[in-house]
Design a binder for this molecule. Structure first.
Ligand code: PLP
Length: 287
């Protein structure tokens, strides 16, 4: 039974509910991390659960501290939700350490559903959110993933090759699909591209034996309130995929979702720091 059918079954019987589980770090400002994930899931209309990897101490001035949880505590949080809920989709964000990555890997060993991984390397303010070798981190987690949502620097890191053009991005994403048999799609976020005017987000995905690409070009929205866009996009993808089971639709809907939130939040002062990046107003989304 595939995940979509299971989801429909839960809905139609009206007694069982699909759960989307976020495995991520805590951001006390509510803009990114587990807080943004749960807001996104609730706004879109899916049941969100959360297993915390690390607690960060941060605001728009920077990251003042990170405390990673004991790896076994992370593993047990995941396991206890999987044991009790109908988890169809898992979204992974900030992992924090290689030992936590290994704990996640072991907790997901027998998980059959969707694993959407946002391979977060840096905080919005530029500080690293991961201790240990990133290559080892990706080697531990990517083989279990069905969808990745890297930005351009993360994609370049994962593919171990520079990404300077849109074609580079598509080629590097294709390389990841070739390497990892479980991986079905790579959603490349174009926001870090040098061209200032337009952004191109792309979904590079398997279609039979070939790799296809669908792209969404959109203007860059001028706003400081862009903290947590990556977390929100990946959670939105997981949520829309949970509702409809379709990669291309989930891509289109999640890109549109973030665009809507960026627009809705652009004119609002969210943080006291005049140069600081605020989070987005997740509550403004109405399906
Ligand atoms: N997870 C946590 C806990 C964070 O603090 C951040 C950024 O600061 C991220 C993930 C990534 O944020 P973004 O969605 O802006 O890439």
């Amino acid at each position: 039974m595939n995940i979509l059918i299971k989801h429909q079954l839960y809905k139609s019987k009206n007694t069982m509910q699909a759960t989307v589980l976020s495995i991520a770090g805590s951001d006390p400002t509510g803009g990114a991390g587990i807080q943004a994930d749960l807001k996104t899931m609730t706004a879109i209309g899916v049941y969100g659960a959360a297993a915390i990897t690390c607690v960060t101490v941060q605001n728009s001035h920077g990251v003042a501290g990170i405390e990673c949880l004991a790896p076994d505590l992370v593993r047990r949080q995941i396991q206890i939700v999987l044991d009790d809920h109908f988890v169809t989709h898992i979204k992974i964000g900030m992992v924090g350490s290689l030992a936590i990555a290994d704990a996640i890997r072991s907790a997901l060993e027998t998980f059959q559903g969707e694993v959407i991984y946002d391979p977060v390397m840096l905080a919005t303010t530029g500080q690293p959110l991961m201790e240990g070798d990133l290559n080892e981190l990706f080697d531990l987690l990517v083989p279990q993933c069905t969808v990745l949502t890297p930005n351009i620097p993360e994609l370049a890191y994962m593919a171990k090759a520079a990404v300077t053009t849109q074609q580079d991005a598509v080629d590097r994403a294709g390389k990841l699909l070739d390497k990892h048999s479980k991986l079905r799609a790579v959603l490349v976020k174009g926001g870090h591209a040098i061209q200032d005017e337009a952004i191109v987000d792309a979904l590079v995905y398997r279609s039979g034996d070939t790799v296809q690409t669908t792209s969404i070009p959109h203007p860059r929205i001028q706003t400081l309130n862009a903290h947590g866009t990556g977390c929100t996009l990946a959670s939105a993808f997981a949520s829309f995929h949970c509702l409809e089971g379709n990669d291309i639709r989930a891509f289109q809907q999640s890109v549109e979702h973030v665009q809507t939130l960026l627009k809705n939040s652009a004119s609002i002062t969210i943080v006291k720091n005049p140069e600081g990046r605020g989070g987005m107003l997740h509550y403004t989304y109405r399906p």
